[in-house]
Design a protein. Structure first.
Length: 136
């Protein structure tokens, strides 16, 4: 087993490909085959897998989640600002973890798949992702 954290720089609100950062960390694991589990240690950001080529997918996803979750007058939880409760909802809807096969030392993603950080805060700090690999 191998476990390490990735410390991401602060990103702007939206969806950002982080596949390269994950693969860079995996190269130091020495493992060739197994399961990679990613877990984000935050309640206002998420992880998901989706289209990795056309950036309009990421902007369309951001617009969909803005439309679905933002600016609801009935939110009570606004401790950290107007984006606080919407960020928690988005993180719950998308999830805090993804699991991906590791094959020959590489993530076994589909040709059009990439790992997204969903940054749901207007002014977020850096994010931490725990990477756990079980394999050989």
């Amino acid at each position: 087993m191998y476990q390490k954290s990735i410390h991401l720089k602060p990103y702007t609100r939206g969806f950002h490909l982080i596949t390269d950062q994950v693969e860079a960390l995996l190269s130091s694991s020495g493992l060739q085959n197994g399961i990679v589990h990613l877990f984000i240690k935050h309640t206002s950001a998420s992880l998901t897998i989706n289209e990795n080529i056309d950036p309009s997918v990421r902007s369309d996803m951001e617009e969909f989640f803005r439309d679905t979750c933002d600016d609801k007058g009935y939110f009570v939880h606004t401790y950290e600002g107007r984006d606080d409760m919407p960020a928690h909802l988005k993180a719950s809807l998308l999830g805090s973890s993804v699991t991906i096969p590791l094959t020959k030392g590489r993530l076994n993603l589909g040709i059009w798949q990439g790992i997204y950080l969903g940054e749901h805060r207007d002014r977020a700090g850096g994010r931490e992702i725990v990477v756990t690999v079980i394999g050989s």
